[in-house]
Ligand binder design. Sequence first.
Ligand code: SAH
Length: 380
Amino acid sequence: MNTSNQTIKTDLKNFTLSALEHYLNLQKKERFRALQLFKWIYQQDAHSFEEMTNISKAFRAELAEKAFISNLEPETIEEGSDGTRKYLFNLGDGNAVESVLIPIEGRNTLCISSQVGCAMACEFCLTGTFRLTRNLTTSEIVNQIMAVKRDLLNNPPSPLTGESGFDDGEDSDDVQPESPAAIRNIVLMGMGEPLHNLDNVIPAIQIMIDGNGLQLSNRRVTVSTCGLVPEMDRLGREIPNVNLAVSLNATTDELRDRIMPVNRSYSLKELLKACKKFPLPGRRKITFEYVMLGGINDSIDDAKRLLKLISDIPNKVNLIPFNEHEGCAFKSPSQRAIDAFHKYLIDRHVTVITRDSRGGDISAACGQLKGKLEKGKKSD
Ligand code: SAH
């Protein structure tokens, strides 16, 4: 038992702007203080209250007694031959997560994690084999972005060519290379099932898209789910303008039940119904991700069924050839199967991108993230 009167300090990075206003209000502080702090934290990347020179010394001291501003520094940064960067973050409690930066044509896409491990247990996914250790906090989610932004400022990537498959659906003539140090798209496609941690993911997205926060456009934030139907409804209600990606991966309940246990709770029919009613603004579409498993779901019959399933939903398709990993019996599809599947859909006017396996040489590709600290660094 801790008998000292040490108080547990509050991490201000767990707060959206309105939560910060509430927190300060409880301490009888003026409302504008929240905005001041919020801007210091997200626009100036302040790590401590001392830096906040437009705030009185007395108030800074008071804050420092009760609160702190958390931060993450990458433990390692690996760069693949294709320019993909993988960041490993030590969370300080023996756990670690990874984020992956994909720089293409001056548009940087950052793939972030939402949980340590994952409870969904999809048969083909490496992260799933570790099961869920814990949820990430809101601050741990936004701190991945802030750490990568800092790295990009110090070390901007050279622009690559190609398609990321994470595009935001805007007209392609707006392909203006942005500053190589800017993050354009955020995808919650790293470790974890973001809809299984909505209590922390929703405030994190609010901070990302807040004009006083990380200032990302909501059309450039994508949440990817294996198909947790009630949580899809909640996400749509609470952040209606975010992009949704759904990992479909199978076109029959029989196969989906087998490779994605979540399907035993929410069948394809229920999942597609939830997609249909998901609030999409304007011309936006739901991205259907489809991991192609060699000889399992990569036939033209599968492509036909896929098209039928999604045809009454504004859609685009991301084909992800399976990335093999040790201990998993699935095989990558043949190039012929990929091309034929892709062509079948394109010929029927579906927007399809076959995601090339970026970052394969540094195990940063889809389904390869495990977030392990090197031996000897972890105290287990
Ligand atoms: N839990 C969320 C987000 C993380 S997975 C989801 O399921 O959508 C991100 C994508 O990687 C998903 O579409 C998933 O189906 C895919 N994926 C998982 N393992 C893979 C592998 N070994 N090869 C290729 N894609 C994989």
